[in-house]
Design a protein around this ligand. Structure first.
Ligand SMILES: [Zn+2]
Length: 257
């Protein structure tokens, strides 16, 4: 099963015309097993592994890791969220605390709608002395514990002569960058029903995917249950994506034949 995703920018790899059509492949159990292990799960180099596994086509060909690292952060987020949607379902739900009154608020978003609803790009996005941060830029700063150092390094890589800008001009450049790549930072706004405060809930696409990956123990339970009933081998069970495995497990639980 694949899903088409239209990117806003496509890889910034010097091609005269950016490629913006992509096809994503749903993750199988074997993909979940491979992507769920390693110390980098949920971090930047892992994102490139995820995209190399699932982005089947970029402009009609299988993309290389170099192409994938050249994607803008917003394009990367669109792909990660659509991958979550096709593999696990489009609904994302989480609970945040109202900072004013402490009420627990339920945040809920449809990931496909979120990806589709980001405002279209206005005008040229590499003008005004900047280019958009890419996955490769995030990989370069991913080991930095100091957030200020990471920000300065990103600015060095993406904004021409930023150290010569005053605070106001730098803020303007950063706003223009955010506007040109609306899915680079995703905030879902909620209004607290108790006190009326508007609360902003950040959505991290990496964390949304990492939290849904089946654990080795869950995969083993799926293999055990489906092999017992259907006689399938381990590779056959792990070739199925989560929703198919769950569908068969539900049939078994319902007392099928
Ligand atoms: Zn409140």
């Amino acid at each position: 099963m694949t899903a088409q995703v239209r990117l806003r920018h496509g890889p910034a790899n010097g091609a005269a015309e950016a490629t913006t059509t992509t096809a994503l492949r749903v993750l199988t159990g074997a993909d979940e097993a491979a992507l769920g292990v390693g110390e980098d799960v949920g971090r930047e180099p892992w994102v490139t592994r995820v995209l190399a596994t699932s982005v089947w086509e970029l402009g009609g060909v299988r993309p290389s890791p170099v192409d994938l690292r050249a994607l803008s952060v917003g394009d990367r987020n669109a792909l990660l969220l659509m991958l979550v949607a096709v593999t696990y379902g489009a609904r994302a739900e989480w609970v945040i605390e109202c900072p004013s009154c402490g009420e627990q608020l339920d945040a809920e978003v449809d990931l496909e709608e979120l990806v589709g609803s980001a405002a279209p790009v206005q005008g040229e996005c590499t003008g005004a002395g900047f280019r958009l941060p890419t996955c490769g830029d995030l990989e370069a700063v991913s080991g930095m514990a100091d957030a200020d150092e990471a920000r300065r390094t990103l600015l060095d890589r993406c904004v021409t002569s930023w150290r010569a800008l005053d605070d106001e001009s730098l803020t303007a450049v950063e706003s223009a960058m955010a506007e040109a790549d609306p899915l680079a930072d995703i905030d879902v706004l909620l209004v607290c029903a108790t006190c009326g405060t508007t609360v902003s809930a950040a959505l991290d696409p990496r964390a949304e995917l990492a939290a849904r990956l089946a654990t080795p123990g869950q995969l083993m339970e799926d293999v055990h249950a489906l092999a017992l009933v259907y006689g399938w081998t381990e590779p056959e069970v792990l070739a199925l994506p989560r929703q198919r495995r769950t569908g068969y497990l539900n049939l078994i639980a319902d007392g099928g034949p």
